[in-house]
Write a protein that binds this ligand. Structure first.
Ligand code: KG4
Ligand code: ZN
Length: 351
């Protein structure tokens, strides 16, 4: 039997958007300690303010690192590697996270992995214990978050093919914008889902952008505009709660219907996939999960959706991506740049 050389615990750092997070996993991927701090500093602005995010990462990350190291009962010298998100994302936070990660790795003489945030989401399903059988390659990834909305053929570590994606807004962004129109707080996805639970889906007619088109691209700006028109039809002032709930329900239903149409096409483009993995913050949405589960069942593929705490941004996935890369001998230099733009299919694998 081929035995993998033992890898020491890996520290992961995430600071690409508005979650400051740190985690330590043992060399097999078992989570020893993790911490996520969702920055509250942005709520008043209705969106992430990059400069505030960078400063908050700088303020919070060192404490989070000390916290997870203590929680794992480890000294820094015990680490077998350090992995930090180096892109894509907001440049200020990436500089902070990458800088702290490189500093620790350099001080220890430990290997450093510059993690692509999208790859971290993509590989989460392979964390030990999540999917029976361990999510073998290849699989289809549906990545749905505030900044991303794409179908990706995952063929191996570092080997991705983008099959299609949004031509305008990301789906989480559409949830956030519609939630804002409905007077909900930010981020709006979870609040919109809660409101939709008491709404009547059939009360509001909304379009299904891209439905029935070939390929697996998405579009949400027309749907968002349609919601704005519906809201404009009401008298000025706050919407009646039942009307807001029904609009939320109709919007969510439209998104779910479009999503399974697009993902159904993506599955046809990747007939070798026996597994559909859904990742990113929007994967927390139960209506979307249920629609995808029905699609997967009808197409005879398994569906893997990471538990909610691993759907949103976190550092467990970053440490895990680091472990996957270190196992293959991929290490990055201290000159690995923070990259605000870093598409998955441009991810070079450097042995
Ligand atoms: O992956 P994530 O934490 O951050 C990135 O964007 O990378 O995703 C956050 C996005 C936000 O747009 C948020 O509104 C959305 O995921 N989201 C949801 C739900 N929970 C989070 N959207 C719909 N339904 C939810 N339950
Ligand atoms: Zn993310």
């Amino acid at each position: 039997m081929h035995r993998r050389p033992a890898l020491g615990p890996v520290l992961g750092l995430e600071a690409s958007c508005d979650e400051s997070a740190a985690a330590v996993l043992d060399g097999n991927g078992v989570v020893l300690a993790e911490a996520v701090l969702s920055q509250q500093e942005h709520a008043a602005f209705g969106g992430v303010v990059p400069e505030i995010a960078a400063r908050a990462h700088l303020a919070h990350l060192p404490g989070l690192v000390r916290h997870v190291m203590a929680g794992a009962g480890l000294a820094f010298g015990d680490l077998g590697g350090v992995a930090a998100t180096c892109g894509p994302g907001l440049i200020g936070g990436l500089i902070v996270g990458a800088g702290i990660g490189k500093g620790i790795a350099m001080a220890l003489g430990a290997p450093f992995v510059a993690v692509n945030h999208l790859e971290a989401h993509a590989l989460t399903a392979r964390l030990p214990g999540l999917v029976p059988g361990g999510a073998p390659f290849p699989y289809l990834l549906l990545l749905v978050s505030g900044g991303h909305c794409q179908c990706v053929a995952v063929e191996g570590v570092g080997r991705y093919r983008r099959l299609g994606g949004t031509i305008d807004d990301a789906v989480g962004e559409a949830f956030d914008k519609v939630a804002k129109m409905l007077g909900l707080g930010w981020p709006g996805g979870p609040a919109l889902e809660r409101l939709a639970a008491s709404g009547d889906t059939a009360r509001t007619a909304l379009p299904r952008p891209m439905l029935g088109r070939p390929g697996c691209d998405f579009s949400f700006s027309g749907l968002k505009t349609a919601v704005a028109h519906v809201i404009a039809g009401f008298a000025a002032g706050p919407l009646p709660v039942d009307a807001a709930a029904s609009i939320a329900a109709a919007f969510q239903a439209a998104v779910a219907e479009v999503m399974i149409d697009r993902v159904g096409n993506a599955l046809s483009l990747m007939p070798e996939a026996r597994l559909l993995v859904v990742a990113g913050g929007v994967a927390a949405n139960q209506a979307i999960r249920a629609a995808l589960a029905a699609l997967a069942q009808s197409r005879g593929v398994a569906l893997a959706a990471p538990p909610l705490r691993l759907c949103g941004d976190n550092a467990v996935m970053v440490a895990w991506a680091g472990i996957e890369r270190l196992r293959l001998g991929f290490v990055d230099g201290m000159d690995a740049p923070p990259r605000p733009r870093w598409p998955l299919d441009e991810l070079a694998v450097r042995p």
